[in-house]
Design a protein around this ligand. Sequence first.
Ligand code: HEC
Length: 145
Amino acid sequence: MRKLILAISALALAGTAAFADPIADRKALMKANGKAAGQLGAIAKGEQPFDAAAVLAALTTLSEDAAKMDVAALFPAGTDQGDTTASPKIWEDMAGFQAKVDKFKADTAAAVAAPPQDVEAVKATLGALGQNCGGCHETFRIKKS
Ligand code: HEC
């Protein structure tokens, strides 16, 4: 019986290791960022009417995603290899990367605390938040053709 329990717990451990996929996790997080930014973009461009609740929901998603960006968990050593566009620069300059994450957290939290109240303000907020996306990608993401 004891042996069986040991065998089962060994299997459970192996299972956890096999399913923990930081590359997939961080890409899913980024896809959610893309979707939320797209919703704000549609309002900024006038494709969607201004809707304070929808704006706040999209900003909340961005802020929660930023808060989930645990660099150690999502970017462990060795995960510059694989199906990823994360640049090796992340691991060469962890402090610089962490600083970008921290700014993204602070800017999205500030936007949630004082959400834009009209289309013009959505444009300004999106412009400011977009610099986080572009600024980080420019340095820490490789462009794959
Ligand atoms: C602190 C750095 C950082 C910030 C800020 C950031 N990203 Fe990213 N993003 C990355 C990295 C690194 C990758 C590559 C992940 C991978 O392929 O492993 C990525 C990948 C992506 C992807 C591709 C995901 C995929 O499926 O391959 C999208 C879309 C994306 N980001 C959107 C955004 C948007 C929109 C924002 C801003 C609202 C944003 N990101 C902010 C670092 C950042």
